[in-house]
Each structure stands twice: as structure tokens, then as C-alpha cells.
Design a protein around this ligand. Structure first.
Ligand code: NAD
Length: 509
């Protein structure tokens, strides 16, 4: 049976790529090339055996998507925020209605357990919020004699987003919703590892009411279509979520082309500090969820845990018991709490770090059992103790279910080692001493800090983003519009206003 092609969505139509090339996606659980039957019910795989092949975007396809976005721009940006909000609101409802199917698509292509799937809810919430929140305002000023000055916020024009694979619809919605609400038209590139749920959303866009060309979704690999987007001369703003390495390549390409406005959400090596007076049960429960949720494949996972020495043994016992209880298995089934790594490359990278970690520190067997079948790409939760602070595993992002637990004696020492990293996405502190919690929260070099909570805890209206190499800029309900709007100052001379000052227009008076 011929594979069903996941096509590029350009100018409101699904089209094959310019050179008709496709690539396959393999289920990290079964190892099979993914099949449509698995979407409906895992037991129907044998009966409905259509396969997906994904169309691979070329630079010509990116040019076509940009041209469609350019053509759609004048009419889209001329609409009122309320008019632009209508398709956003409809899309929110359509995503909600398709939630179970979207969860299965991500389970299929990247092994994300459906029991951990909140992405449909997250995406719908974003589209719904920005359907009503897009009334950007500028400022006004009477501080220049003889002038009534204003500033206005305007869309950049054609913009782009490049998203990772670990939570596709979280990032698709986080970027598309504010960008479109602001009046931009968009080209979004999915990750080559997980295009299926974004493709399903692409199929909703026409019915939701987006005019052709307003949203274009391309699929393909970074060095081709990603690079073409980063260096495109007509794209004026680009928001990227992914690794530091790719962020650097995008920034280089943007600088070498047109200095497009960039927002980056990058990697992490997040610390959690557990003081001896903390509720250890609570701290152990939260921190193991943070690192083992989605098999360690989250940017903010607390991959370094520092426990005050007197509480370390008790904490490690509680933590290991929780790790051992995780249910590794078929991601499409509700009882599964941990799926496989997203693909073979991801699995091999994690295992390389585990081997490296065995050489430098002590590895604890957590005892979680691998699934009886289809276990090839699963990594059992790994706990390392006593890793040297300068070891590779303490410094680099593993992006797998691997945690290092070290100890400290004093608050000062805890802050010093927690901050000794090039990352700064999320940090957590567990203590019952409020003064200490506040001192530590202030001292942590991190864009987000949890007090008696850890990642993925967040809030819709709080800035999301990182210090240091974990990112540039912030996203949130209240801040994301800023990523997608230019500012313009308009100087208006008013005859008869403030007579004494009229006539002198020198800047800075
Ligand atoms: P990645 O950087 O490998 O890929 C991300 C995207 O960039 C993909 O769409 C890929 O095709 C594209 N890409 C790759 N090379 C490119 C290039 N040269 N030019 C343009 N685009 C290119 O990251 P990933 O493996 O998909 O995701 C994991 C990484 O993302 C981790 O480092 C993780 O910490 C980070 N992440 C960060 C956040 C955050 O909010 N800070 C959230 C999720 C993931």
C-alpha cells in the first residue's frame, strides 16, 4: 500500500515538496514505520496499514511559503484584532475536539505517553487567549514642547517559527498565536522527528477561517529548510525553541542575512536545591517527576539535584523508590508513565552519557523494569551520585532520564555550585525557611525559580525563558506579543501648542 504523504501546507493547500522527496518516520516504541492504523487503536495496526511518508521541504518550498505569506500580509494585518481573533478562537475549539487524536499522533511519532499529554489543552488555551488579547498599544507623550508625540506597535510582516520535537503543539501555539494575533503572517517549520500533530493542525486551518497564506507549515530537516528560513531576506522576525547548538547556527545565519529579530528558548541543566528542613517526600516526588517526565526530554528538567548532606541518604531512598515505580511501556496506553527515547539517535546519545557517567561517578540501580517487548529504545531511570562538578554529565544537557544527585553543606556552597553552569533556564529551592528561600531565589542565575516546587511548574502570565545560554527573550501571555511587534515613534508638531517651545525640533531637547 502506498504511504500517505504528510505534505507541505503552503498558501492554504497541501503540496508535495518541490523535488517530491520524502522521508520516513519510525515509531520509537515499535520500531515500525508509522502507520495510520495505530492512530485509531493500537489493535488495528494489522488491519489498516497505510504508512506516512513526510514531504521534505527544499529552499524552493521555503521561498514559496514566504511568497504566500507576503501575499496574504496586507489583508491580514489590515483586519481588526477582533476579526483576526475569530479563526484563532475556532482553531482553539478544533484542537480541543481533536485532543485524543493529537495525543496519539505524538505517542506514535515521538513516544510521548498519552498519560502525560497536556499539549492540546495548552495549545487551545494559547489560541483562545490571543484571540481576545491582541490589542497592542503604544505610548503618548507631551514632554516635547510644541509636540504631541505617539508611539505605535505594528507587525513585523512575514515571520517564522522553528520548533523542536518534544512538545510540538506547545511550541506551535506559543509562537503562532501571538504572532498571528499581532497581524504577522507565518512560516512554521516542524521538527523532522515529530511533524504529525502539526500536520493535523494544518488540516484545521482552512476550516478555522485563516485565509490562504496567513499560516504556512513546512516539514523537513534543519540544515535545509531550517537554514533557508534563518537566512531568508524577507523574514523579519523568527522565534526558535531548540538546542543551543542550533540557536547559534540560526543567530549566525540571521546576522549574515538581514538581522531578523530573534527570540530563543534553548537548553538547560537545571539545578534543584533541597535543604535539610524541606518536606523531603514532597521534594522527592516533584524532582523525580521533573527529570523522568517525558523520559527526561524536557528543557527545564532538574537534571542536577543538590541535597544538604544531613538529609541526603533519606532523600535518595525516597527518590529511588519513586523512580523504581515508574511504568515504562507502550506510550499509547494510559497506564504508561515513561515512554522510549524519541528515536535511535536520541537513545544512543543518552546511553553515551550514561557510559561516561559510570566512569566518573557512582550509578544507582533504580530497578524500574523495561517493557517485556519493544524495549529497544527505553532507558531505565538513571541516578548518579557523587559526580565531580566539572564532569561532562554535570555540565552538558543529556536530554534523557538521567539525574545527578550531589550534596552540599552550606547555603553559600549550594548557590555557588548551582550557578556554575552556562545554562540558566529553571532552578528550584526546597526549604521551610522563608528568608533562606528568598535569598536563594535572588541568588540563583536562572530565568525561572521554583520555591518548594520545580519544573514543569509555571504560570501563564509569568515570563518563560532563560538566563545565559538558555535563551534570549521571554514568552508568556503578557510578554509574547512584544516578540512580534515593531515599535514606531511618530513626532507630531502641533501649531499653537506650548508657544514658548515651538520651532525647536532638535532631538533630545
Ligand atoms: P534541535 O535544535 O536539534 O532542533 C530544533 C529545530 O531546529 C528542529 O525543527 C530542527 O529541524 C531545526 N534545526 C536543526 N538544525 C537547524 C539549522 N541549522 N538551522 C535552522 N534550524 C535547524 O533541538 P531538538 O532536538 O528538536 O530539541 C531538543 C532541544 O530543545 C534541547 O536542547 C532542549 O533543551 C531544547 N528545548 C528548549 C525549550 C525551551 O523552552 N527553552 C523547550 C523545548 C526544548
Amino acid at each position: 500500500m502506498a504511504p500517505i504523504e504528510v505534505k507541505q501546507y503552503i498558501n492554504g493547500e497541501f503540496v508535495s515538496s518541490d523535488d517530491n522527496k520524502t522521508f520516513d518516520i519510525f515509531s520509537p516504541y515499535s520500531g515500525d514505520c508509522v502507520a495510520r492504523g495505530m492512530l485509531i487503536d493500537a489493535n488495528m495496526v494489522r488491519e489498516v496499514a497505510d504508512l506516512f511518508a513526510v514531504s521534505e521541504a527544499t529552499t524552493v518550498d521555503v521561498d514559496k511559503a514566504v511568497a504566500a505569506a507576503q501575499a496574504a500580509l496586507p489583508a491580514w494585518k489590515a483586519l481588526s484584532p477582533q476579526q483576526r481573533g475569530k479563526p484563532l478562537a475556532k482553531l482553539a475549539q478544533m484542537i480541543t475536539d481533536a485532543d485524543a487524536e493529537l495525543a496519539q499522533l505524538d505517542a506514535l511519532s515521538l513516544g510521548r505517553p498519552v498519560s502525560t499529554y497536556f499539549d492540546g489543552y495548552y495549545a487551545a488555551t494559547h489560541f483562545r487567549y490571543f484571540s481576545e488579547a491582541a490589542y497592542p498599544v503604544g505610548t503618548s507623550s507631551l514632554n516635547t514642547p510644541g509636540f504631541m508625540n505617539i508611539s505605535v506597535r505594528q507587525p513585523y510582516g512575514v515571520c517564522a517559527a522553528i520548533i523542536p520535537w518534544n512538545a510540538p503543539l506547545v511550541f506551535l501555539s506559543k509562537k503562532l498565536a501571538p504572532a498571528l494575533a499581532a497581524g504577522n503572517t507565518m512560516v512554521l517549520k516542524t521538527s523532522e522527528k515529530a511533524p504529525l500533530s502539526s500536520d493535523r493542525v494544518a488540516a484545521m486551518l482552512g476550516e478555522a477561517g485563516f485565509p490562504p497564506g496567513v499560516v504556512n507549515i513546512v516539514h523537513g530537516h534543519g540544515p535545509v529548510s531550517g537554514q533557508a528560513i534563518s537566512s531568508h531576506m524577507q523574514i523579519r522576525a523568527l522565534s526558535f525553541t531548540g538546542s543551543v547548538r542550533t540557536g547559534r547556527a540560526i543567530q549566525t545565519a540571521a546576522a549574515a542575512s538581514n538581522f531578523k529579530h530573534l527570540t530563543f528558548e534553548l537548553g538547560g541543566k537545571s539545578p534543584a536545591l533541597v535543604f535539610a528542613d524541606a518536606d523531603l517526600d514532597h521534594a522527592a516526588r516533584d524532582t523525580q517527576h521533573s527529570i523522568f517526565f517525558h523520559s527526561g526530554q524536557t528543557c527545564m528538567a532538574n537534571s542536577r539535584i543538590y541535597v544538604q548532606k544531613s538529609a541526603a541518604a533519606a532523600f535518595v531512598d525516597k527518590f529511588n523508590a519513586l523512580a523504581a515505580a515508574r511504568k515504562l511501556g507502550d506510550p499509547s496506553q494510559q497506564e504508561t508513565t515513561s515512554g522510549p527515547q524519541a528515536d535511535k539517535a536520541q537513545y544512543e546519545t543518552v546511553m553515551r552519557y550514561v557510559e561516561e557517567g559510570k566512569k566518573t561517578g557512582q550509578m544507582v540501580e533504580t530497578g524500574a523494569s523495561l517493557p517485556a517487548k519493544n524495549g529497544d529504545l527505553f532507558v531505565q531511570p538513571v541516578v548518579f551520585l557523587q559526580q565531580p562538578e566539572d564532569s561532562k554529565i554535570m555540565k552538558e544537557e543529556v536530554f534523557g532520564p538521567v539525574v545527578c544527585i550531589n550534596t552540599f553543606e552550606t547555603e553559600e556552597e549550594a548557590l555557588k555550585i548551582a550557578n556554575d553552569t552556562e545554562y540558566g533556564l529553571y532552578a528550584a529551592v526546597y526549604t521551610k525557611d522563608l528568608d533562606r528561600a528568598m535569598r536563594v531565589a535572588k541568588g540563583l542565575e536562572s530565568g525561572m525559580v521554583g520555591v518548594n516546587c520545580t519544573s514543569p511548574t509555571g504560570a501563564w502570565d509569568m515570563p518563560f525563558g532563560g538566563y545565559k545560554q538558555s535563551g534570549v527573550g521571554r514568552e508568556s501571555f503578557l510578554l509574547s506579543m512584544d516578540d512580534w511587534l515593531e515599535q514606531k515613534a511618530v513626532f507630531i508638531r502641533v501649531e499653537g501648542l506650548d508657544e514658548a517651545g515651538t520651532g525647536n525640533t532638535t532631538l533630545g531637547r
